[in-house]
Design a protein around this ligand. Sequence first.
Ligand SMILES: *[C@@H]1O[C@H](CO)[C@@H](O)[C@H](O)[C@H]1NC(C)=O
Ligand SMILES: *[C@@H]1O[C@H](CO)[C@@H](O)[C@H](O)[C@H]1NC(C)=O
Ligand SMILES: *[C@@H]1O[C@H](CO)[C@@H](O)[C@H](O)[C@H]1NC(C)=O
Ligand SMILES: *[C@@H]1O[C@H](CO)[C@@H](O)[C@H](O)[C@H]1NC(C)=O
Length: 216
Amino acid sequence: MNTLAIIFIIFLSATPLSASNANIEVDYCIANRSLPKGHQGYPCKDPAKVTTDDFVFTGFRGEKIITNIFRNNVTRANHDTFPALNGLGLSMSRLDLGVGGIVPVHSHRTSEIIVLINGTIIAGIIDTNNTAYFKRLEPGDVMIFPQFLLHFQVNVGKTRALAFVGLNGANPGIQITSTALFAGNLPAKIASQITLISPGEVRRLRMIFDRIGTGQ
Ligand SMILES: *[C@@H]1O[C@H](CO)[C@@H](O)[C@H](O)[C@H]1NC(C)=O
Ligand SMILES: *[C@@H]1O[C@H](CO)[C@@H](O)[C@H](O)[C@H]1NC(C)=O
Ligand SMILES: *[C@@H]1O[C@H](CO)[C@@H](O)[C@H](O)[C@H]1NC(C)=O
Ligand SMILES: *[C@@H]1O[C@H](CO)[C@@H](O)[C@H](O)[C@H]1NC(C)=O
């Protein structure tokens, strides 16, 4: 092999690595939330002003009250509530479900991994072939919900359920199909047409969300 070919091969194999390493110029980028957010997150806080507390999130402490129609309370540690996550492609949530509580069918921009700490839930995903994969989880069980796929959780136990989830994005978003269709600005007529749900039922669902909000 001639020298030019070797250099070419080295160039090919080295380029992607050096291109991504070239972007890593800081150890971390704690969000300065008083500056506007871009599509990759927030600009960094002045490193001279960073303290240990910036790396610690205490929002999962204590009892969570459950008041919404879904009988859940979701506490999110994302780059808005825990600025140290900014740019790290990582976030967490604490999930409390009252008896009979649910996380309605929804999706994220990221994958999600759940570990059940207390209680008994049925968790599941529905893939693009409309195949549902769901299972009764006991404390200690872990389940994965691949990115973008619809998934849900239902407390089927006689006590509250407690779980934590990890997501591979600092701002994974959440899109709940029922609130997207019936709690937003989509006209009732269109909501009925695109779901085949009767106009009367759409009106009933919209009235519920008007009254109680989305609880998100
Ligand atoms: C955040 O940005 C604002 C506006 O530029 C600046 O005044 C402030 O000092 C910054 N805060 C930190 C902790 O870097
Ligand atoms: C979740 O629980 C916390 C702590 O009790 C409470 O401040 C918050 O309002 C609750 N959120 C919802 C949506 O009920
Ligand atoms: C788990 O549930 C039991 C029974 O409801 C309760 O006594 C206990 O405090 C719960 N533990 C946690 C970590 O929530
Ligand atoms: C898709 O679903 C159908 C039945 O609903 C099933 O027979 C088929 O095996 C599924 N295909 C894949 C690739 O999972």
